[in-house]
Design a protein around this ligand. Structure first.
Ligand SMILES: Nc1ncnc2c1ncn2[C@@H]1O[C@H](COP(=O)(O)OP(=O)(O)OP(=O)(O)O)[C@@H](O)[C@H]1O
Length: 257
């Protein structure tokens, strides 16, 4: 089932990257990357292991510095702003980590309270509870506030991880391998959730994935990183309608229907 196309503002870029280079010692990972993310868009980034997808989103979120090129996020050049501005920007860019990164010793409620109270200590407990209810309900886990992460399934932990990212009301969501390690049915639920978040919270998202079903179902547009640059971009069908053996190998390996 492919997603309903969502209204995207192609006049409004929330991320604009030009000529991005990044090397580690003499190993060049990104070799002149150009990328735009439009407001309201779900953009899927594909690429083999080790091609630099995580490096790219770490640069976008200011965790790594580029060697060259410009990286503009919500109107700010991430490598030119000071630490205070970077911290403010990071609050608007929600990073949903691959392993969900929940605190095992805290309940779901405490896991969600923690970033919220740190961000805004002036919130009353009533306001905190209200935000938590909204995001838990949005990820379909309204009854889990008192549970420990260890009592939840892998798919539920992913959902709570997404709720914890959403609670700070980011403009941009970065999903790193959102369906990794999940069975096909749970993966499908996460794909649906990514689309529901896009619609309900009006977020713009970058979704890094090897899972072509996830790519097809969540992506309004896809880009594929090959040899340090985005060499394919378009809809799912456009990206894969090529004789390029590297692209075909990626497709065949996934065995999608
Ligand atoms: N801090 C670092 N120091 C040195 N090398 C690094 C660092 N971060 C990433 N690399 C290297 O950069 C390359 C790209 O890594 P990256 O994690 O972005 O790959 P990826 O495309 O996200 O792969 P995967 O799909 O396996 O997560 C790898 O060869 C990695 O070893």
């Amino acid at each position: 089932m492919r997603k309903e196309r969502f209204v995207i503002d192609y006049q409004d870029k929330v991320i604009s990257i030009r000529g991005l280079y990044k090397a580690f010692d003499d190993f060049e990972v990104l070799k002149g990357v150009d990328l735009d993310l439009y407001r309201g868009e779900n953009l899927v980034v594909l690429g083999k292991s080790g091609t630099g997808k995580s490096v790219l989103i770490k640069i976008i979120s200011g965790l790594l510095r580029p060697d060259a090129g410009s990286v503009n996020v919500l109107g700010k050049d991430v490598d030119k702003i000071n630490r205070k501005e970077l911290n403010a920007l990071r609050l608007k860019v929600g990073f949903s980590f691959q392993n969900s990164a929940l605190y095992d010793s805290m309940t779901v409620q405490e896991n969600l309270e923690f970033p919220l109270k740190r961000h805004d200590p002036s919130l009353t407990q009533k306001q905190v509870n209200s935000f938590i209810n909204i995001v838990l309900e949005a990820v379909g886990l309204g009854q889990t506030a008192d549970q420990m992460p260890s009592e939840l399934s892998g798919g539920q932990r992913k959902r709570i991880g997404i709720a914890r990212t959403l609670i700070l009301k980011p403009d941009i969501m970065l999903y790193d391998e959102p369906t990794a390690g999940l069975d096909p049915i749970t993966s499908q639920e996460i794909n649906n959730l990514i689309n529901a978040v896009q619609q309900r919270f009006n977020t713009s998202s970058i979704i890094i994935t090897h899972d072509l079903t996830c790519a097809r179902e969540t992506g309004d547009r896809l880009v594929m990183l090959l040899d340090g640059q985005f060499q394919r971009q378009g809809t799912f069908d456009e990206v894969f309608s090529t004789d390029d053996e590297r692209v075909q190998a990626f497709y065949n390996y996934n065995f999608i229907d």
